[in-house]
Design a protein around this ligand. Structure first.
Ligand SMILES: O=C(O)C1=C[C@@H](OP(=O)(O)O)[C@@H](O)[C@H](O)C1
Ligand SMILES: C=C(OP(=O)(O)O)C(=O)O
Length: 423
């Protein structure tokens, strides 16, 4: 049952808060895949516990991996991968694109399905690539979920050409399992540019951390076959989920600090430093974490978000409250995310009296006074976060199905309330 509406709280004063954030979804789900394929036990330290990561853990358990919890950390005991199994990917892009290459290594059939919207998200390139690398996949000719991977216990691997312009996750999914393919993998991308470069860098970095030999050039990746090491993998805080909290400093002319912000990271959320700075925020990174201060008013944003698409919903909400127009481009692929995010953001901002226009590859947002009303969220966690940002300045926003935020941040409304509580 969807949860009842959530009344997004108005900020009656500038926020002044330190907001510790749970672990990165993208790092947690990569760490779980690498751990399940490792040659020794792995401790995933400070992982994210959310719908997307619990689905990944359950999927790997279904294939024979031991995953136990110890004080919030995950202790992973790699096991022989086997079917028959059924895997629920929910609406998690990381599970639907990262798990099938692992399923192809299992002995036995693995049936993979997810939420109704998951059946609409692009999967063709990874299905085609896995077949080219030697996997048997029965998808009833749909080129989409649901499908059955007919694992034989091994996969040949080798050279493959794909069009990953719809999602970087097609490349990441193949790379993560590739050390266990007999020939490893050599992937060539052909087509419009691949989005989300930082997420690809994260995949390469985490593979290398686990001792895997990876070469990455533009549109070309090579993973050598070989063992994946065990040990400890420490997960950074989720910097993409910092967007709405740091944005609150801008909207209210206040201060928000996110502790534990890494000095160096592959997370796309690190781009918030430059993006919020361009909108007028004062941004400083120090031993206490990342601090953003809002000067009062703030400017709109003209930015190509191709590399950091998942920041779009919160940036669009900020744009609707800014002092000048914004143009966010390079994000056509967001139409294949949890929902068509360009359509959803335009519809919901305009539903509050705003002026947001869909471009083929982005959004143009001209600030206008907004009014309260119901904000639909389309099973998209980041639509809840965007609505919360708008609610800081616009009384009467009722957020539909706020529980959907549990995809990556189940504790969101509590963290939001405590950020707004007087110190
Ligand atoms: O690999 C990852 O962890 C992710 C890659 C990106 O996907 P796309 O390249 O499909 O946008 C991003 O939007 C998603 O939230 C997480
Ligand atoms: C696009 C996103 O998620 P997914 O991993 O499901 O693609 C996101 O978290 O913004």
């Amino acid at each position: 049952m969807p949860s009842p509406h959530w009344s997004a709280p108005v900020a009656h004063a500038p926020v002044d808060a330190t907001v510790p954030l749970p672990g990165s979804k993208s790092m947690t789900n990569r760490a779980l895949i690498l751990a399940a394929l490792a040659d020794a036990p792995v401790c995933v330290t400070r992982p994210l516990h959310s719908r997307d990561t619990e689905l990944m853990a359950d999927a790997l358990r279904a294939l024979g991996t031991g995953i136990g919890e110890d004080g919030g950390d995950w202790q992973v005991l790699p096991g022989e991968l086997r079917g028959p199994a059924r895997v629920d990917v929910g609406l998690a892009g990381t599970v639907m694109r990262f798990l099938p290459p692992v399923a192809a290594l299992a002995s036995g059939e693995v049936f993979v399905d997810g939420d109704p919207r998951a059946r609409e998200r692009p999967m063709g390139p990874i299905i085609t690539a896995l077949r080219a690398l030697g996997a048997g996949i029965d998808d009833g000719g749909r080129d989409a979920l649901p499908f059955t991977v007919r694992g034989t216990g091994s996969l040949t691997g080798g050279h493959v050409t794909i069009d990953a312009s719809g999602s970087s996750q097609f490349v990441s999914g193949l790379l993560l399992a590739a050390p266990r393919f007999e020939k490893g993998v050599a992937i060539r991308h052909e087509g419009p540019p691949v989005p989300s470069a930082p997420h690809l860098a994260m995949t390469v970095h985490m593979l290398r951390e686990a001792g895997v030999r990876v070469e990455a050039q533009e549109n070309l990746w090579h993973v050598a076959p070989g063992p994946i090491g065990g040990g400890e993998r420490v997960i950074e805080p989720d910097l993409s989920n910092a967007a709405q909290f740091l944005g609150a400093a801008l909207v209210t002319g206040g201060r928000v600090t996110v502790p534990g912000w890494p000095a160096e990271t592959t997370q796309p959320g690190d781009a918030l430093r430059g993006l919020l700075g361009a909108m007028g925020a004062e941004v400083s990174l120090g031993p206490d974490g990342l601090t953003v201060r809002g000067p009062g008013g703030f400017r709109g944003l003209d930015a190509d978000l191709h590399e950091v698409g998942e920041l779009t919903p919160v940036l669009a909400a900020l744009a609707a409250l800014a002092d000048s127009p914004s143009r966010l481009t390079g994000i056509a692929h967001l139409r294949g995310h949890e929902t068509d995010r360009l359509a959803a953001l335009a519809a919901e901002i305009n539903g509050l009296g705003g002026d947001a226009e869909e471009l083929p590859d982005g959004l143009e947002i001209r600030p206008r006074p907004l009014r309260g009303g119901v904000f639909r969220t389309y099973d998209d966690h980041r639509m809840v976060m965007a609505a919360a940002v708008l609610g800081l300045a616009v009384p009467g926003i009722e957020v539909e199905n706020p529980g959907t935020v549990g995809k990556t941040l189940p504790d969101f409304t509590r963290l939001w309330a405590s950020m707004l509580a007087p110190a």
